[in-house]
Each structure stands twice: as C-alpha cells, then as structure tokens.
Design a protein around this ligand. Structure first.
Ligand code: PLP
Length: 456
C-alpha cells in the first residue's frame, strides 16, 4: 500500500483537481485530504481522522454514506449487465424502473425523464430542448435564457454561462451570447436596507419586466432558477417571490426551468422544491440526490406540454439528435432505484424537514446574537450562516479577509465540515438527510466554538 507521503506526491504531480488553486496545490502550499472511507454522516481520512460531513460531499449524499442496499444493487447490476446504451429505444430493466420511479415522484404535469450524468450536462440538455421546442413551434428568434446573478447551474460552456458567479466565468470568455442575468432573490443583500421583503420582491419583478421589455418577449425562451439559491449563498427566496416571478413568465410565454440538482429528492423537506414553492416548471433538472452520488446520474424531467412538441419535432425531423454514450447507465440507474427506495423507507424527506428545522433553531439559539452573525437562514436540510463586519449597518468583511475560509478551517479543526460558499463570508450546511438531533447538536457546538475562536 502506498504511504500518505507517496500519495501526496503523486497527487501534486499528476492530478488536475476541479475548483482548486492549481499553482498552490502543485507547490504543496494548500492542504489536501485523502478520504478513505465513510459511514452515515461521517467521513474518515487516511490519517484516521473522522469528520462530520455537514455538507454531504457537495450537497449530494442525501441518504448518508456506506448504505449496504445501494452498494449491493450496484454490485448486482455490474455482475448482470454493467453497460448497455439507451440509443434508438434500447433500455435496461434498471433504467426503465428508475424512469418510472422518478416520474411517480415528479409533479403531475411532468411527462418523461431523460438521463444524463451530471447536473451540468442535464442543464445543457435542457437548453437544447428549449431551443428545439421553439424551432419546432416556428419561433426561431425566441432563444435567450434568463438566469440570475448568484445562480449556479454548472460549469460547462452553456451552464457556466447560466451560472451567475464571476469566478466560474473569468478568463473563460463566458457568458456566451443569448444568456442574461437578472436580480438574485437575496433579501439580506438588498442595496436599500429600508426595503421591506414585499418591496424587494416587487423590485425583483420590476427588474425582470424591464429586461423582458428591453429584449422583447419574443426573443426570450426560458428562465432558469434554483428553488433555493445554492452555491450563490444558500438563500431561500423571500415570501411571494416565486408566485410573482411565475406570473411574469406565464404572461410572456417564457418557459421555467427549475434547477433541482440540490433541492430534488428531499433536501427541502419535500420531494421536490417545485412542490415546496408551488412551481409549475416546463423542465426540472435533477442529479445529486437521485443516486445520493453513489454513481453519477442526472436527469431532465420534461413536461407534457413540451413532450408533445418534441414528438412533433421527431415526426417532422427524424430521431432527436441528442444523447450521451452513458445516458441512463445501468449502474447509475441501479444506484438510483436503491437510493429512492431508501429515501422512502427511512422517511428521509420528513426528517430533512424536521431535523433541518431543529438544526436552524439550535444554531440561532447558539450564535444568533453574536455581533458578527448577520443571518441564519435555510429550508429543510439546507442552511447558511452569513457573517458581517457590522450588524447594525450590515457591512461586510473585505474579500481579502477571507473570513468565510477562516471560519470553515476553524470548524474543520472542531471535526465538522461546512462549505465556505464562494461569494461572501457564508458557511453552508447541507448534511445528509439522515442527520440525527445529536449530530445536529455536534454541528452547532462545533460552529459555536469556531465562531468564538475566529471572531471572539
Ligand atoms: N445545478 C445546481 C443547482 C448545482 O448546485 C450544481 C452543482 O453543484 C449543478 C447544477 C451542476 O452539477 P454538476 O456539478 O453535477 O455538473
């Protein structure tokens, strides 16, 4: 077996890591961690250090680590049939069963699911489908997509363009044409502090209306949004936001893509975020919680309204020119089936709602009054703590203070992983949905200590 030192050297010499400061990593200036095993909500590294994973990997391990039923389903599938493609009507028992399970859980007006591998490729699929749809309907000009500042939809060419975080676009010549960004529903960061929540919703709606009027509704195909902003800061929308935005989209015949890569399969205490906020999307993006990341799999759930036009399109033009070699991969599908069964059997959607509420409540009790804690927010098993320099004036620390990263590092020393979100000093929490109250207490106690250590 290789020693840790050998692995560390091979890593820095050979491995191009995603979302990493490449130069610092190659020079050995940044910490690395080689994860060895995991069980429940805990991961263990090669030094035997056990950490409570308060971010569930990358908010994807919904059922927790080390679940035997999923591991066995993957092994059984690999033995029976490790791969066959899904082109030209081919399927496997696993991919067909999973499609049915997904559609049984999706909102009633949805019709079919296309399977991909990542949240990014599922959103690429969605944009292609939206463009195809409008071409079939004879509206070739209706192609622009409205996303939101601070939205996160992936890091491909199109999806990195939809993402509204500068760090994912800088020096990559993104965003591409046809992509527009409107206001983020981020009440805590409103410019005008005197605005009520209702005024802020009106402001978001006004900005959207002005953009649509400027560009022309006949040029805008779709609006994409996460039910709760994720990587942009974990921000539930203000009350009434989705109702008001949905009404604008309907008025202008603009499709809604609900990016449920994080919120799908229980994260908010409901099976889908669309259900939570009463959304009626034309497309739903799913990934992460679909397999709890035991195998890569994503999906685009298509509404009946869109499906009818896609059928018309293939009658007119032949088979749809879209597909991946690994679409509906049977090993991913087998993992998905076992994962969705476990979510039901363990009542994880309900636990996400109840234990998530307990986590937020205890966090507020523990640090809500701290002078540098500006906001504690969340929904279900998704929570953020946002730090400020001054609470009364709601001023923020300088980016160069790297306060979020310092707090995440201090929390790690207390044995808990939270994510320093990329914009602002925000600790993000998205533990597996099986979190217990005792584990929630551990997260809160460790956060309390870390905040006291770093900020007094
Ligand atoms: N959409 C949302 C809302 C996400 O949070 C993510 C990833 O975090 C993606 C899309 C992209 O998914 P992936 O990293 O699997 O490509």
């Amino acid at each position: 077996m290789l020693t840790n030192d050998q692995l560390d050297r091979f890593d820095r010499e050979n491995f191009f890591h995603p979302s990493t400061h490449l130069a610092q990593h190659a020079r050995g200036e940044s910490p690395s961690r080689i994860v060895k095993t995991a069980k429940g909500v805990f991961i263990e590294d090669r030094d035997g250090k056990k950490l409570l994973d308060g971010f569930g990997g990358l908010y994807c391990v919904n059922v927790g680590y080390g679940r035997e039923s999923i591991i066995e389903a993957i092994a059984d599938q690999a033995k029976e049939l490790a791969y066959y493609h899904a082109y030209a009507g081919h399927g496997t028992e696993a991919s067909i069963n999973l499609a049915k399970m997904v559609m049984d859980r999706a909102p009633d007006h949805m019709s079919k699911v296309y399977f991909g591998l990542s949240g990014s490729d599922a959103n690429e699929t969605n944009i292609k489908l939206v463009w195809y749809y409008n071409n079939i309907l004879g509206r070739p000009e209706k192609k622009k997509i409205i996303s939101r500042r601070r939205g996160y939809h992936g890091s491909g060419l199109m999806t990195g363009s939809l993402t509204g975080l500068p760090g994912f676009q800088k020096k990559f010549d993104l965003p591409l044409d046809r992509i527009l960004h409107t206001e983020a529903p981020y009440y805590f960061r409103r410019d005008d502090l005197s605005m009520s929540e209702a005024d802020f919703v009106s402001h978001c709606v006004d900005e959207l209306e002005v953009m649509i009027a400027r560009e022309g509704a006949d040029t805008i195909a779709a609006f994409i949004g996460e039910p709760v902003l994720g990587t942009g800061g974990i921000v539930p929308p203000p009350a009434g936001y989705w109702e008001a935005i949905s009404a604008v989209l309907e008025k202008h015949d603009i499709m809604l893509i609900a990016d449920e890569v994080v919120t799908g399969f229980g994260r908010l205490g409901t099976m889908f975020g669309s259900e939570h906020y009463g959304l009626k999307p034309d497309l739903i993006t799913i990934a992460k919680g679909l397999t709890s990341a035991y195998a890569p799999l994503s999906g685009s759930i298509v509404s009946e309204k869109m499906w009818k036009v896609l059928e018309q399109g293939t009658d007119e033009n032949g088979p749809i020119g879209h597909g991946w070699t690994y679409s509906a991969h049977p090993i991913g599908a087998a993992a998905g089936i076992a994962n969705l069964k476990l979510i039901d059997e363990l009542n994880l959607v309900q636990n996400a709602g109840e234990t998530g509420a307990y986590l937020r409540h205890t966090m507020k009790e523990a640090i809500g009054d701290h002078p540098h804690v500006g906001d504690i927010r969340g929904e279900g098993m998704l929570m953020a703590v946002e730090f400020v320099k001054d609470k009364a004036d709601r001023t923020f620390f300088e980016a160069s203070d790297k306060m979020g990263y310092k707090l995440a590092a201090a929390l790690l020393s207390e044995g808990v992983i939270a994510r320093a979100m990329p914009e602002g000093d925000i600790l993000g929490y998205a533990p597996p949905l099986c979190l217990t109250r005792e584990e929630a207490d551990q997260i809160v106690n460790a956060t309390h200590k870390a905040v006291t250590t770093v900020l007094g």
